[in-house]
Design a protein around this ligand. Sequence first.
Ligand SMILES: [Mg+2]
Length: 395
Amino acid sequence: MIESNLYIDPKIASMQAGEATTDAIEWVKVSLTILPLAAPISDAKVLTGRQKPLTEIAFIFAEIRTREGHEGIGFGYSKRAGGPGMYAHAKEIAPVLLGEDPNDIAKIFNKLLWAGASMGRSGMTTQAIAPFDIALWDLKAKRARLPLAKLLGAHRDSVQCYNTSGGYLSTPLEHVLENVDSSRENGIGGIKIKVGQPDTGIDFKRVKAVRERLGEGFPLMVDANQQWDRITAQRFGRSLEQFDLTWIEEPLDAYDIEGHAALAASLDTAIATGEMLTSFGEHAQLLNNKSCDFIQPDAPRVGGITPFLQIMQQASFQGVNLAPHFAMEIHLHLAAAFPQEPWLEHFEWLEPMFNERLVLKNGRMQVPNRPGLGFTLSEQALAWTVATEEFGKRP
Ligand SMILES: [Mg+2]
């Protein structure tokens, strides 16, 4: 007679017996999809004349299938310029994946990096790797029948969530205030608005009005999109202390490591930055120089989930908090696996491309109880796809 606490279901026993499985990547598909935005939007980079308003976003999707029939999907993106270049580079390096065991994600990441190393190990080359790396993590979690957050080891099943899309500089203040109200009605946990205009007086008025509308204590952030110089950031940052901001984002040029460090040391308000950086090495510089209180990596920009996890490890060790940039569909899982309580950035822009929706409740985004990232491409995404190329043979 078998004692009940020693009983093992025969199905589980057969899964655990014998040799572990191996697999091989047999098919890879790369697509370029152009997502149009409902209305052109502007941040400070537009108001200082450095960039044109954003009207569309280019997405590079990678779909991977293995000999054993496992599948994964990942994506990267580019705003304004670079999408077609990324797509071209992704197609060049895609054959590197064929025949590899999809379990060996770190090895494959390095192979993809070295395949394009003469173009550099940051910038467009790492961004072109991201769709593949993310697809491999999606595949691994799907095969384990776990949400990616659970595969990584989650600290929580939801992440506090703020939005940005209601507070662009192209939006008149009265509309920003209406957006604030509707976001709160929809359960958002924090509000971020754009600043960084040539006239800081206008920024001040908008921040003050939004703080008054929100009331004391509701999380509010501002984002200058790199458009202040050091003196402006110092002076204006000091005048913003009264509004009890959760953070000031990208006050300075994304690569001004020392300037951010000086600001972080002198202001009480937290400094957030990192969204523009495109490798683990660049993020390590921010962390090593104490340049921020919140680090804002973007998995598609740094080359995928593999380097993102390295950034998370170092940030957590050094006591820096996490607020990933954009792409909440991916970052929700990663933020759920970060030890400290992070923030997730909410953008509804990507929703038409997927069949599934994320659920926001009491200020927090819920980790979906679906295997992998938990997303499938919609008919609309296929309709917006302008180019695809396949490698290998679909098993
Ligand atoms: Mg930002």
